[in-house]
Write a protein that binds this ligand. Sequence first.
Ligand code: EPU
Length: 455
Amino acid sequence: MLTSRPILDRMRRLATWRDPGEALIMDKFVIRGGNPLVGTVRISGAKNSALPAMAAALLTDEPVVLENIPEVRDIQTMRRLLVEMGAEVELEYDRAHKRTTIHCCGPIRPEAPYELVKTMRASTLVLGPLVARTGRARVSLPGGCAIGARPIDLHIKALEHLGASITQDHGYVEARAERLHGGHIVWDRITVTGTEELMMAAALAEGETVMENCAREPEVGDLAALLTTMGARIEGAGTATIRIHGVPRLTGARHHIIPDRISAGTFVVAGAMTGGDLTVAHCDPVHLGALLQKLAEAGVVVQVAGDSVRVTGDGHLLAADVNTEEYPGFPTDMQAQFMALATQADGSSVITENIFENRFMHALEMVRMGANIKIEGRRAVVRGKTPLSGAAVQASDLRASASLVLAALVADGETIIDRVYHIDRGYEHIEEKLRSVGAQVMRIGEMLPRRAALA
Ligand code: EPU
């Protein structure tokens, strides 16, 4: 039986994760709109690829080296989680390298505590690798978040299918298995991290696993590429059916994380909205297919050359309807940013969110800036073009924050965006990148007194 450590002890450890001398900072962005973005921005590695790749390092006792790791807060959270479990994790960010080396060679404490899972739901990605490698895992249930309920019931059901016995108590899910065995899983609905988690678990299971109705996101393919380098036998990643032949052990590996398609998409939309001439470099334009098609419909001139997308425009945009779908459809993670663009397009755009049930929080903030948006259930009707004016607004989640930055870039006057810690979770130095192409963005921090030390 896994015993959870006393709460105070855990809180003390969490407190020491802060760098010494670090104050609690509630950063805000101040943005003065009106400048077209001109120049080149370089896109980082994909956060949503790097997170499962880091979790995959739990599957082996040899070092896993991951290159092109984005310099964002969620990566720090995953590092903390892995260190907490007993892994050695080096994270190097310099001009030449952005990489992490993870070595899980010592004893593993197979527990993901609530304090970390509540700040980053992707922490639950360790459930599959932990039970596959150590035979047990205790992971906090994530609970709801700003964009929806986001349960992990399908992950749990699928792990049971591979022979894990699962119990839930005190807000934690506990999985046990001597050794997982292969199975046939048909996902009730497409889930990205569910597909990733089960692919990792099945890689070390005995026998063959076939998964149908899998997520086809590029991040799933990237994880499969890493696992294959580690010695896993996987076929079909990137299609709806993935076949995994379990192997007894996996080895270390070196792997380069794919570019972040959502960061790239966000900058492409920024270029289009501000009527600039922006080149988004070091991205994979193939991963941006649905977005680029929508932008063409909206009258944006986009040129693709190798690993760059150049977007030019005079700021004249046309309305376009969007339906979010699983990849290769239009990504839910670009819905908020596209809504910002739609406020500046002539005509009515209907934006339908099909993946998450509550992902329109940004619309209410945009309305405060002057946008005309009506929400009817899963649909938002955006009537453009409306002039936006700078206001104090609040970010509610990662992509919502990005959309408010975009709105602010075309607004009259200054916008102050509060709670930009959301944006720091997934966009690497966004204000510096924006400044380098002509935006007026400043980060301001409100210094709060340090918390009293825990006795
Ligand atoms: N769902 C269930 N049960 C489950 C799993 C999912 O009902 O067990 C539902 C979800 O509630 C949702 C839908 O299925 O309605 C799809 O969710 P999915 O599991 O695909 O989402 P996720 O894996 O939790 C990842 C990304 C999200 C991105 C979604 C959809 C990572 C770490 N996160 O989340 O990224 O929005 O896929 O593409 O890969 C972001 O980066 O801002 C972000 C939220």
